[in-house]
Structures are given as structure tokens and as C-alpha cells.
Design a protein around this ligand. Structure first.
Ligand SMILES: Cc1cc2nc3c(=O)[nH]c(=O)nc-3n(C[C@H](O)[C@H](O)[C@H](O)COP(=O)(O)OP(=O)(O)OC[C@H]3O[C@@H](n4cnc5c(N)ncnc54)[C@H](O)[C@@H]3O)c2cc1C
Length: 272
């Protein structure tokens, strides 16, 4: 099974040590790469690069995220050169979200602007982009959101990773729409293992990901953390099985820097 794992850059020395140990353990699943998120307006610039370099030093493929919002062309050019200098030539190119209170879009109002810039500055880079089967919250409509996605593909995206979702039909419909438009790049489902359901519901609200009623009701049946974890593992395992059976080219796990439940889900998938 083709997998990739996403992390955020740790802030403390202890967090860095934990992450390296986590990467070593997850390496046993032979993922295609480990990706590292990038804070809006460069807030994690140093941490993203440092984390990617430590992962690379472990002999693993790694892929920094890069968000353009709030940044200037000269800063992004410098970052791309830094990435290249460390042999990091695959990036997840995003718009990003400005923290509340920050104003101004900088030179990259949309991911499309960043993709075009990367293509111009670093032709050899491979570019992953975000896709939204359940529509991005800022989109004018489902149709314009999809057109905006097609523009990113047209501009040279090599692959796409979706926002997380819990109902496979949203992914299937999105992929069918892509097929009708002759999109041939891999559309990898982004999957969020459930470790803290309450914080997941908050996160889902922010990015307009639907948390279905059956999942909320299912979780409510369990009062202790272990049972909730195992229920979440069962739900996400089934979701991944359906996606892979449908022909999804792999799974991108949003690990939130945790081994479990991601590792339990993969073990389930590998044993079935
Ligand atoms: C796999 C994945 C990884 C992520 N990693 C990070 C990360 O590391 N750091 C981070 O800060 N965020 C990250 N995000 C979140 C992402 O930055 C947000 O979802 C952000 O709001 C949109 O980014 P985008 O690249 O999809 O933007 P875009 O593709 O630019 O789309 C943003 C919105 O603008 C609309 N739009 C696009 N072009 C136009 C146009 N020309 N005119 C009008 N509207 C337009 C789109 O329809 C959409 O509603 C990630 C998301 C995903 C799915």
C-alpha cells in the first residue's frame, strides 16, 4: 500500500526527539514520504526545514509544505533555494490561511500563484496540491472551487492530496469529476485518524469537513478513551478499505504527530 504521513514541526527539544523516534517507527511501513506542514506567513519556516532535514538524515523521503499567503516573491524564492540546497525537491504547495488579525495577501493570494512561481523558479520540483471533495469553505460555489482545482492541475501540479473526509462517496464523486475532465494526476485521499474526537470536530468545522451524524452517534456510545480509540480505528480502517478497493492510489495520513491510531489502521489494512 502506498502511504505518506504528515506531521507538524515540533516546537520543543523533547517534541523534536519524540518526532524522530516516531518517524523511525513509522518507517517500518515503508511510506513513500513524510510531509511536514508550514505555518501561515512563514511562522514555522525554520521548523519545517529543520524537521525535513532531520527526516532526510534518517534516510527517508520527505516533502515540505509551503504556503504562499502573506509572503513576498523574494522570501519564497529564498525558501525554494534553501529546499533545493538540501535536496528537497518535492513540495506541497498551498495558499495557507492567515492567522486572525493579520491582513494583506502578499504576492501569493492563491495556491495557483505559488505553483506558477515554483514552476518558473525551480522547474525540476515536483508539486503536490490540496483538493477539496467537500468544497473549500471560502469557495464561491462547488463549481468554481472545482475549476480552481483544475487550474492548479493545469499549472503543473503532479499530484493532489485531499482534505480529510469520513464518507467515501465525496471522494468517489470528486475523482469521477476529475476523470471527466481528463485529470490524470493521482488524487490521494487525505485521511484523519481519530484520536481526540472533540478536537477533530472543531478542526472539521474550521475547514468545512463533514462529520456525519452516524460517526458522532457511534462515538457517543463509548465512554472510555480506549474504546473510543478502537471504534475510531475500525471506522477509519473501513473507510480506507473502501477507498483502496475503489482504486485510490494511496493514503495520506494526517498523523497529528502520533503513532496511534495511524499505525493500528495500517496494521489492520495490511492484515486484511
Ligand atoms: C493536504 C493539505 C495540506 C495542508 N497543509 C497546510 C500547511 O502545511 N500549512 C497551512 O497553512 N495550511 C495547510 N493546509 C490548509 C490550506 O492552506 C487551507 O485549506 C487554505 O485555506 C487553502 O489552501 P489551498 O492551497 O487549497 O488554496 P487555493 O487552492 O488557493 O484555494 C483557496 C480558496 O480560494 C478559492 N480560489 C482559488 N483561486 C481563486 C481565484 N483565482 N479567485 C477566487 N477564488 C479562488 C478556492 O476555490 C478556495 O476556496 C493544507 C490543506 C490540505 C488539504
Amino acid at each position: 500500500m502506498n502511504t505518506s504521513f504528515e506531521f507538524f514541526p515540533p516546537k520543543t527539544e523533547k517534541g523534536k526527539e519524540n518526532l524522530i523516534n516516531l518517524i523511525k517507527r513509522l518507517s517500518h511501513f515503508s511510506p513513500e514520504y513524510f510531509s511536514v506542514t508550514y505555518g501561515a506567513a512563514g511562522s514555522t519556516r525554520k521548523g519545517t526545514l529543520e524537521t525535513c532535514v532531520s527526516i532526510k538524515n534518517l534516510g527517508q523521503n520527505t516533502c515540505p509544505h509551503l504556503s504562499g499567503i502573506g509572503s513576498s516573491k523574494s522570501v519564497i524564492k529564498e525558501i525554494l533555494n534553501e529546499f533545493k540546497g538540501y535536496g528537497l525537491t518535492r513540495v506541497v504547495a498551498l495558499r495557507g490561511d492567515l492567522p486572525s488579525g493579520m491582513v494583506g495577501f502578499g504576492d501569493f493570494p492563491y495556491a495557483l500563484d505559488l505553483i506558477k512561481f515554483i514552476k518558473r523558479e525551480q522547474e525540476s520540483f515536483s508539486i503536490e496540491v490540496a483538493a477539496y471533495p467537500e468544497v473549500h469553505p471560502d469557495a464561491e460555489s462547488e463549481n468554481t472551487d472545482f475549476e480552481n482545482f483544475l487550474n492548479k492541475v493545469e499549472a503543473g501540479a503532479d499530484g493532489a492530496i485531499t482534505q480529510f473526509f469520513f464518507e467515501e462517496d465525496s471522494y468517489f464523486k470528486f475523482v469521477e469529476k476529475c476523470e471527466k475532465e481528463n485529470v490524470t494526476i493521482p488524487i490521494i485521499p487525505g485521511i484523519m485518524p481519530i484520536h481526540d474526537f472533540e478536537s477533530l470536530v472543531r478542526m472539521a468545522k474550521n475547514c468545512s469537513a463533514n462529520v456525519p451524524l452516524w460517526l458522532k452517534e457511534g462515538m457517543q456510545k463509548y465512554s472510555n478513551n480506549e474504546d473510543r480509540l478502537m471504534y475510531g480505528v475500525e471506522v477509519i480502517t473501513k473507510l480506507c478499505q473502501k477507498l483502496l478497493r475503489f482504486g485510490a492510489p494511496g493514503i495520506h495520513f494526517y498523523t497529528v504527530n502520533r503513532e496511534e491510531p495511524t499505525s493500528l489502521i495500517i496494521k489492520n489494512l495490511e492484515s486484511k
